[in-house]
Write a protein that binds this ligand. Structure first.
Ligand SMILES: Cc1cc2nc3c(=O)[nH]c(=O)nc-3n(C[C@H](O)[C@H](O)[C@H](O)COP(=O)(O)OP(=O)(O)OC[C@H]3O[C@@H](n4cnc5c(N)ncnc54)[C@H](O)[C@@H]3O)c2cc1C
Length: 405
């Protein structure tokens, strides 16, 4: 089917890059971009890492060259419903109905909280960052619920600015959901940064002036940040498309939304809203900035029917600056993987091998730019790379020397 009009839903990184890709790939039809925040697309990673030093949004046109020229843009008109037809889609907003041949769904994710915790802040938008910035002052008592990526980043920034920070984490280690046992290697960073870390501790209640823990202890607070994860933002779709139990739209390796009757040729989903089948890594959930940056070009190629070449399969990649350390995670660690560590004076690198095999599923490099460069190169082939485990663990040898043919 020839596509002459495309609706892009969501004006975050993935939506902005989808509009940019449509133009870059020579699409001359109508493009409409709908957003919900009333703001031009901006970058989210600085919201935590530069919470106190960057008070204006980092616009994506400056950061990554997002180009919305020529699109019909409504930045404060959230989509409220979608109907999928054989030959197009109809999208509903509070004000109108829009019809198009194809749609890019890029509504991202939203921070998760709990009923009864309304007094706490979350951090996903520029407005959230403004509220948090106003509350994090020298001497303020900040309680962060969750020692994940964002919790760790904010805790370090706030402590560095003189706030008294306590992080409460239900698991036995920071970053446990993402890194498993390797997360424990970051535990010492908290005390070193002047942050109190309570592990294996659950929050029962969030009050205006305190957090009450399940064990009965109370942690006084001037401000509470709940940083316990994000959920794909698909509620607006109703029953129009199937979603996974965690809310994600399931897409195939070419970003086509998969229904019971197969992948749709004219509806793609990309960025945090989607869980994609990667030929190299299996199912990959959103939450990766790099996936929202690079995925849209491939998704748009699918929509425009550009002759299918090999699948464009970017490796999952997460970066983080937390508590004085630089982290880069490539690939997809599985709880069943064997972990091999390279350790030196400068930092460490963790390697996740598929059980009993030389197949490498993921690499985390901490404060090690050299291993980051190698990790990036390792995950560019069509299959998982193979490494000699003993050679990989030998920190005296470069990581690339461990690669097997
Ligand atoms: C504080 C913070 C720090 C981060 N740091 C890192 C990092 O260091 N490294 C990393 O890899 N990743 C990081 N991330 C994750 C990264 O920012 C995301 O993966 C990326 O922003 C995903 O882009 P997206 O466009 O898919 O979704 P989003 O950025 O969530 O954008 C989706 C947009 O769609 C809009 N929308 C929602 N519903 C509708 C609707 N019904 N109609 C129209 N519009 C709608 C939303 O308002 C939003 O503007 C961070 C995220 C946050 C919040």
């Amino acid at each position: 089917m020839r596509v002459s009009s495309v609706l892009v839903v969501g004006a975050g990184l993935a939506g902005a890059m989808a509009v940019t890709a449509l133009r870059d790939q020579g699409f001359a039809g109508d493009v409409t971009l709908l957003g919900a925040e009333g703001l031009e697309p901006y970058d989210r990673p600085p919201l935590s890492k530069e919470l106190l030093t960057r008070t204006a949004p980092a616009w994506l046109r400056d950061e990554v060259g997002a180009d919305l020229a020529g699109a019909d843009i409504a930045l404060a008109e959230p989509a409220t419903g979608l109907a999928v037809h054989d030959d197009g889609v109809t999208l509903t907003t509070a004000a109108r109905e829009l019809r198009a041949d194809a749609a890019v769904l890029a509504t991202g994710a939203q921070a998760v909280s709990r009923p009864g915790w309304e007094g706490a802040l979350t951090l996903h938008t520029a407005v959230d960052a403004e509220a948090l910035r106003a509350a994090v002052r020298p001497g303020a008592r900040l309680v962060v619920v969750g020692a994940g990526w964002i919790g760790a980043e904010v805790a370090g920034v706030a402590a560095g600015a003189g706030a008294h920070v306590t992080v409460v984490e239900a698991a036995d280690a920071p970053l446990e959901a993402a890194l498993g046992e390797v997360g424990a290697l970051t535990t010492a960073w908290y005390a070193a940064a002047g942050v109190r870390l309570l592990l294996g501790t659950r929050v029962d209640e969030v009050r205006a002036d305190a957090v009450v823990l399940e064990d009965g202890r109370t942690v006084p607070a001037d401000v509470v940040l709940v940083a316990v994860g994000a959920r794909p933002r698909t509620g607006w779709l109703g029953d129009a498309l199937p979603v996974a139990p965690d809310g994600a739209l399931v897409v195939d390796e070419r970003y086509r939304v998969v229904r019971a009757d197969g992948p749709l040729h004219h509806v793609v989903a990309v960025g945090d809203v989607a869980r994609r089948r990667s030929p190299r890594h299996g199912w990959v959930s959103g939450g990766h900035w790099d996936g929202a940056l690079r995925g849209p070009a491939a998704a748009v190629r699918t929509l425009l029917g550009v002759p299918a070449g090999p699948v464009d399969d970017p490796a999952p990649y997460v970066f983080s600056t937390q508590l004085g350390h630089e982290l880069a995670l490539y690939g997809h660690p599985l709880p069943t993987d064997d972990v091999v560590l390279r350790r030196g004076d400068d930092g460490f690198t963790a390697l996740w091998f598929r059980p009993g095999s030389s197949e490498l599923g993921a690499v985390l490099a901490v404060d090690r730019p050299r291993d980051v460069a190698t990790a990036r190169r390792l995950f560019t082939g069509p299959a998982l790379p193979r490494l000699d485990r003993d050679a990989a663990a030998d920190d005296a040898r470069p990581l690339k020397a461990a690669a097997l043919a």
